[in-house]
Design a protein around this ligand. Structure first.
Ligand code: AHG
Ligand code: MN
Ligand code: MN
Length: 282
């Protein structure tokens, strides 16, 4: 798996060059979940595919931008699932974007997830990698090399509150819960890119990121295999918690479809307790 993390570090530099130079317009067509695809989505997907398809450890690739599973090496151990460019809708505004990777042993589901990583393309490139039950490692690209940066560890409680979806379509219990956190002094921090938004919760040592079910999106928006589960592993490895809307550990979810979605709540202990009480599941 370390080889996969090393390739992610290399491909991050190539993706960064693309983000800086590629135009931010659309191609004709949509991806498997019906999102309009940017030229950048497609180009980043191809870069990552090229970096991994001949890796003998990789059994298959599943990408947000590919309808079907792409078989690679039949003796490979890992199914690599990825979101090649997270934040397609904010890249034109020049906000921070990311890429997300989940490494599964064989068939992907919560219990076969063994490693995860994400890249943040902000003013600097940062990468966080994690394997089960070990503290995540945070790298920052400085002076032409990756350096291990401050470790990531969540405290008991934070002060960030980031919730996605259209508020017009939030359920009543979600509105009450989110407002209660603000009334306690929590600050709104939501850019519309889950990578920088979750990264901020992690590096500030706590808080809440949620993407609930809404009237217009009953399963939420975020996709299980390459958005939700990798962050669930990273949050748990950092000492936090990651649950679905019924209070189940996300890492216990089974997956019905490569592009399946789920509502999700990531945070430190205090905020996750508050969420469970507000939703009547504790
Ligand atoms: P992507 O660009 O890969 O389609 O993902 C965008 C996601 C995620 O990054 C973010 O948290 C969410 O969309 C924002 O959605 P809302 O605008 O509905 O809050
Ligand atoms: Mn995404
Ligand atoms: Mn994407």
């Amino acid at each position: 798996m370390q080889k996969i993390f090393e390739t992610i570090k290399e491909v991050a530099l190539e993706i960064d060059t693309l983000i800086v130079n590629e135009d931010t317009g659309y191609v004709d067509g949509t991806n498997a979940t019906g999102d309009q695809q940017l030229k950048l989505d497609v180009a980043c997907d191809l870069l990552i595919e090229k970096a991994f398809r001949d890796n003998p450890e990789v059994l298959a690739l599943i990408s947000e931008e590919k309808e079907d599973v792409m078989a690679c090496n039949e003796d490979g151990l890992y199914t690599l699932c990825y979101d090649p460019l997270d934040g397609s809708s904010i890249v034109d505004a020049n906000l921070a974007v990311g890429a997300i990777f989940a490494i599964y042993e064989g068939e992907p589901s919560g219990d076969t997830l063994v490693g995860a990583a994400y890249i943040v393309f902000g003013p600097r490139i940062e990468i966080v990698t994690a394997v089960r039950d070990e503290a995540p490692i945070r790298y920052r690209y400085i002076n032409d090399g990756y350096q291990v940066f401050h470790p990531i560890a969540l405290g008991e409680k934070g002060h960030i509150n980031a919730s996605g979806g259209s508020q017009k379509h939030w359920q009543e219990k979600h509105i009450t819960f989110i407002h209660a956190l603000f009334a306690e002094g929590y600050r709104l921090r939501y850019s519309g890119g889950m990578v920088p938004d979750l990264h901020q919760v992690l590096v500030k040592g706590g808080g809440l990121f949620s993407y609930p079910s809404t009237a217009d999106n009953p399963n939420g928006k975020l996709r299980v295999l390459f958005e939700v589960l990798p962050f669930a592993l990273i949050f748990e490895a950092a000492g936090g918690q990651a649950l679905d809307e019924k209070g189940r550990r996300l890492l216990e979810l089974t997956v019905s479809h490569p592009h399946a979605r789920t509502p999700c709540f990531f945070g430190s202990r205090y905020e996750i307790d508050r969420f469970q009480k507000a939703y009547g599941i504790l």
